[in-house]
Write a protein that binds this ligand. Structure first.
Ligand code: PMP
Length: 403
């Protein structure tokens, strides 16, 4: 009856039907309060309890240690491009009050469109020198595509940077760091922190948050993610921040750091329990329901296993299509994302035919990002294995017709 399609969109993306049904009830009456969730005070004890529970659902499932706070905010991943710079420069200023801006360095690992955007924002912000540790395009055969995770020894980290930035999963380009430490496509964690102390490691996990455990989570200064891929609707941003990165930004400003807007200061968020100003109540509610459902289904271990199988199935049919000259992989073997699989359909008008056929079969959201074209299959948590099987069947049929 409900004419829902299989949604392979890159974000906002699919949400579980059971959560949407439950949320529609909460929209009318939240937990028997007689008030709908979008009408309820964020200071009510019911909502505060809901937020506390959301935090503990993330803490338990991701195994976040007590050294790290979990904070909720708005503004999306893009706002964190600026916020991480401001907060980490404030921290650096407090550690090194005498250091000049030209001697302060921000290290960026660039592996795709989103980390490139983060670099551009850091350059806009000023207050430090921006060092591109590596740009993976120099390792691409074409010299211009983000299609590979660069080798470890390519990363030239600075001596004492204010932050070291990477994007775990590049949503547009479909490249992702491997989670096997021994893999050449893993993040080179072993190259960090040579001087001991706390590494200022910042990770954008927007499109891979809560799809599997986070390797070396405790060694990160900041991990952030917009909710709109694996967790919920757009409008909620989740932060995991190590205690030493929650600093008095006003004290840092007195020493010459840039002033930090209160709503972007991690200390404001931490001191107020993420309720300094009105939060995005409805997106938080839906995200909380998703997190509860995840826990009921066995937590991240279950999702890791399912997501691995989903990705393997799609990469397998891609390989088949590539051998028959119908598809062309865009990302080097070993660097491919679990969440966003990108490829091209070979031949004139072939991509259009592929997309139209998919749409007729009830599969949407497969068009690649406008900046790179091609096909992108997003396989976030709420995309079910039967939906992936349906896609694979369709792709096999397409290969058979074209080869
Ligand atoms: N980083 C990554 C990896 C993303 O995928 C996105 C959004 N697609 C962003 C940052 C920007 O997030 P937002 O649109 O929430 O600002």
């Amino acid at each position: 009856e409900h004419a829902r399609v299989a949604n392979f969109g890159a974000g906002p993306s699919a949400l579980p039907v059971s959560v949407l049904e439950e949320a529609s009830k909460g929209l009318l009456n939240f937990q028997g309060t007689g008030i709908g969730i979008a009408e309820l005070s964020h200071r009510s004890k019911e909502f505060q309890a809901f937020v506390n529970n959301m935090e503990s659902l993330i803490r338990t499932q991701l195994d976040v240690p007590p050294t790290h706070r979990i904070l909720f905010t708005q503004g999306g991943g893009s706002m964190q491009f600026s916020a991480v710079v401001l907060n980490m420069l404030a921290r650096h200023r407090l550690l090194h009050p005498e250091r000049a801006a030209e001697d302060t360095v921000l290290d960026y690992v660039v592996t795709g469109s989103w980390s490139k955007k983060a670099v551009e924002e850091a350059q806009r912000m000023g207050g430090a020198r921006v060092n591109v540790v590596v740009d993976s395009r120099t390792f691409s055969e074409s010299g211009k595509a983000f299609d590979i995770i660069p080798p470890h020894d390519a990363c030239k980290f600075s001596e004492d940077p204010a932050l070291i930035y990477y994007c775990e999963n590049e949503t547009v380009d479909g490249v992702e760091f491997s989670h096997e430490d021994a893999s050449p496509a893993s993040f080179p964690f072993h190259l960090l922190g040579k001087n001991g102390g706390l590494v200022p490691l910042v990770a954008d996990y927007s499109s891979s948050f809560m799809c599997r455990p986070i390797p070396h989570l405790a060694d990160h200064a900041i991990i952030y993610a917009g909710a709109q891929k694996n967790i919920g609707p757009a409008g909620l941003t989740i932060l995991i921040v190590r205690e030493d990165c929650i600093v008095d930004v006003d004290a840092a400003a007195k020493l010459g750091a840039s002033p930090v807007p209160l709503t972007m200061s991690y200390k404001t968020l931490a001191d107020s329990g993420s309720l300094y100003n009105t939060p995005s109540v409805l997106p938080m509610y839906i995200s909380g329901l998703v997190l509860e459902r995840m826990q009921r289904h066995g937590g991240l271990k279950h999702y890791e296993e399912t997501n691995k199988r989903k990705a393997e199935k799609v990469y397998a049919v891609l390989r088949e299509g590539q051998e028959k000259g119908v598809f062309k992989r865009k990302v080097k073997e070993g660097s491919g994302s679990w969440m966003n699989v990108v490829f091209e359909v070979v031949g004139p008008d072939a991509e259009k035919a592929f997309l139209e056929g998919a749409e007729r079969a009830g599969m949407m959201g497969l068009k690649g990002h406008r900046s790179v074209g091609g096909i992108r299959v997003s396989l976030y948590n709420a995309v079910t294995e039967p939906e992936v099987d349906q896609f694979v069947e369709y792709a096999k049929q397409f290969i058979a017709e074209r080869s």
